[in-house]
Design a protein around this ligand. Structure first.
Ligand code: SF4
Ligand code: SF4
Length: 134
């Protein structure tokens, strides 16, 4: 089994179609919705899909065939080291334990692989060192 995080961009006319439901029903995949945004220009869904690699590829190909743009993501947040003051404000906010304080150096460390792109650190960082890439 493997996991993949992908961003799905739905055009307005596709927002209400149960397209992702087919990932479970027809391709045997599991998925978690990490972030969902619906705007006038369409919808954006960040999901984590779990299944066999071939199933994931087939499932995502199906999503594309339905007119939904699929972008695989490995990184969601950028930390600008030149802006970060290591104030520590983001450490307790992060629900995924993706940010921690090194107790020896008092440096704030960001673990990209744990990040679920919730955006909480982005909105709470005083010098705007954390930036969402999705
Ligand atoms: S809130 Fe911003 S400045 Fe403070 S430690 Fe986190 S990233 Fe650095
Ligand atoms: S975006 Fe959310 S999960 Fe990712 S580092 Fe920031 S607070 Fe943590």
């Amino acid at each position: 089994m493997s996991k993949k995080k992908v961003n799905l961009y739905f055009p307005p006319e596709k927002v209400n179609e149960p397209i992702t439901y087919h990932l479970v029903k027809d391709y045997g995949l599991l998925f978690n919705i990490l972030r969902a945004v619906v705007e006038e220009k369409g919808g954006r869904l960040l999901i984590e899909v779990e299944g066999r690699p071939a199933q994931i590829s087939e499932g995502l190909a199906y999503i594309r065939s339905r007119g939904v743009e699929v972008k695989e993501l490995n990184e969601y947040v950028d930390k600008d080291l030149s802006r970060c003051t290591n104030c520590g404000m983001c450490v307790s906010i992060c629900p995924a334990d993706a940010i921690e304080m090194d107790r020896e150096t008092w440096e704030v460390i960001f673990h990209q692989s744990k990040c679920i792109a919730c955006g909480l650190c982005v909105s709470s960082c005083p010098p705007q060192a954390m930036k969402l890439k999705i």
